[in-house]
Write a protein that binds this ligand. Structure first.
Ligand code: ADP
Ligand code: ADP
Ligand code: ZN
Length: 216
C-alpha cells in the first residue's frame, strides 16, 4: 500500500480523471496543481492573477510560488496520510523540492506512474474536454459524456471548456511538457519509482492498470 503517488503524463493523458478515482479508492487526497491555480483565479487572488498570465500562454507558473502552494496543500489534514499528486511536480526543480520536503518529514514518494498517450490523441481529448465548475470533474463530449448534456454527473454543477484547451495553447502546452516535464521520467526511473501505463484504453482499464502499478 503506497500513500504518496506522483501521477505523470502529458496534458490530456487522463491524470485528473484517474487521480480522482485512485485517490478515492486509496482514501487519500487528490492534489491537482492546475485546480489550485484555477481556484485562486476564480477567487481573484494575486496568485491567481499571476498564474493566469502563464496559463494563458501554455507556460509553467514559476517554481517558487508553485512549490509553496503545492507543499501547503499537502500539509493540510486530509493530505497528511497520503495524496495522489496530479500536475505537480512539473519541473526538475519542483521534483527535487518535493523530495527534500518529504525527506525532512521522514516521508517519500512511493511510486510515479506515467500515463502514456500519443500526441494526436491528446489533441482530440483536450479539444472535447468539458470540466465541472464546482468539483472539477473532467468529461469529454464524445469519449466520456455526462448523463445530462452540460451538467456534472457527480454534483450537478455546470460544465465549461477551459480557455487553455484552445488548439494554439494546447500546442504550446505539449511543447512545454516535452521541454520541462518529460525529464522527470528519467528522474523517477533512476529512483526505481516509474511505472509505465498505457493510457489509450478505456478509463476503467487504465484505472485497473494504475492500481496494479502502484500496488493500491
Ligand atoms: P493539464 O490538463 O494540461 O494537465 P493542468 O490543469 O494540470 O493542465 O495545468 C494547467 C496550467 O496550470 C498549466 O498549463 C500551467 O500553466 C499551470 N500549472 C499547473 N501545474 C503546474 C506546475 N506544477 N508548475 C507550473 N505550472 C503549473
Ligand atoms: P489531464 O488531467 O491529464 O489533462 P483529463 O483527465 O482532464 O487529463 O482528461 C483529458 C480529456 O480526456 C477529458 O476530456 C477526459 O474526459 C478524456 N479522457 C480521460 N481518460 C480517457 C480515456 N481513457 N479515454 C478517452 N478519453 C479520456
Ligand atoms: Zn461536479
Amino acid at each position: 500500500m503506497s500513500a504518496r503517488v506522483v501521477l505523470l503524463g502529458p496534458p490530456g493523458a487522463g491524470k485528473g480523471t484517474q487521480a480522482a478515482l485512485i485517490a478515492e479508492r486509496m482514501s487519500v487526497a487528490h492534489v491537482a496543481s492546475g485546480d489550485l491555480f484555477r481556484k485562486h483565479l476564480s477567487e481573484g487572488t494575486e496568485l491567481g492573477a499571476l498564474a493566469k498570465t502563464y496559463m494563458d500562454k501554455g507556460e509553467l507558473v514559476p517554481d517558487d510560488v508553485t512549490i509553496r502552494m503545492a507543499l501547503e496543500r499537502m500539509a493540510e489534514p486530509d493530505a497528511r496520510a497520503g495524496c495522489v499528486l496530479d500536475g505537480f511536480p512539473r519541473t526538475m526543480e519542483q521534483a527535487k523540492a518535493l523530495d527534500a520536503a518529504l525527506e525532512e518529514q521522514g516521508e517519500r514518494i512511493a511510486s510515479a506512474p506515467l500515463i502514456e498517450v500519443e500526441p494526436e490523441e491528446l489533441v482530440r481529448r483536450l479539444a472535447g474536454r468539458w470540466i465541472c465548475r464546482s468539483c472539477q470533474t473532467p468529461y469529454h463530449e464524445a469519449f466520456s459524456p455526462p448523463r445530462t448534456a452540460g451538467l456534472c454527473d457527480a454534483c450537478g454543477g455546470g460544465l465549461y471548456q477551459r480557455d487553455d484547451d484552445k488548439p494554439e495553447v494546447v500546442r504550446a502546452r505539449l511543447e512545454t511538457y516535452e521541454r520541462q516535464t518529460a525529464p522527470l521520467i528519467a528522474y523517477y526511473e533512476a529512483q526505481g519509482k516509474l511505472r509505465r501505463v498505457n493510457g489509450q484504453r478505456s478509463v476503467e482499464q487504465v484505472t485497473a492498470d494504475l492500481e496494479a502499478a502502484i500496488g493500491a
